[in-house]
Design a protein around this ligand. Sequence first.
Ligand code: IPE
Ligand code: IPE
Ligand code: MG
Length: 230
Amino acid sequence: MPQHVGIIMDGNGRWAKKRGLPRTAGHTVGANNFRTITKYCSNIGIPYLTVYAFSTENWKRPADEVQALMKLFRQYLEEALRDFQEENIKVIFLGDKSGFAPELQELIERTEKASAQKTGMVLNIAMNYGGRDEITKAARELAQEVKDGRLSVEEIDEKAISDHLYTAGQPDPDLIIRPSGERRISNFLLWQSAYAEYVTMDVLWPDFKPKDLEKALDEYAMRNRRFGGV
Ligand code: IPE
Ligand code: IPE
Ligand code: MG
């Protein structure tokens, strides 16, 4: 069983197009599925789950799609997070919160605070998240510490960098699942995924069921992880 699973929730737009619906309809169904799969992961005892909900590059999309996504985030943070509370799930947001409207930022902060003491699964929601942006942020913070005389150059090691990422203190992902048929990383957990096992699947995110997650876990169990050793 992996300690940390990452999921790139991809394929909402194609799911909707296939049905002659606007892309935003796919996002609504995808958001519902986020709730289902999160609960499932919590129930089977996965300690850390990271879901990729919105990348630093997704702002490039048409304004109406971005707007619809922001609206969904507001709704889902209100609703889904209420039931995550009952499931003892601790919610952490990965990404640059300052990019969101003040109202959404406040909701994000409220959610993190409300669940900070939870002891069950840690759910990381990557929103306005980019792996490069995250590493850049870490570099800036470390440079500032050196400049202020709080850190020496020699003290900058892999742990120091990890400690400045949004996932500070968490184990690296063991398994990253990408539905939708795309076989790329799209700026997700670049540093943390150095030795993650990738499983790509041809199912679109709104159709991704607990049985697909089980399939990915089975595939993971068959992998021989070597971490550069023999
Ligand atoms: C993932 O689905 C959701 C977000 C990126 C917010 P997409 O919207 O990327 O769906 P496709 O890849 O276009 O089908
Ligand atoms: C990655 O999917 C981001 C999320 C699922 C949130 P994209 O749909 O944005 O990735 P590309 O553009 O296909 O690489
Ligand atoms: Mg996509």
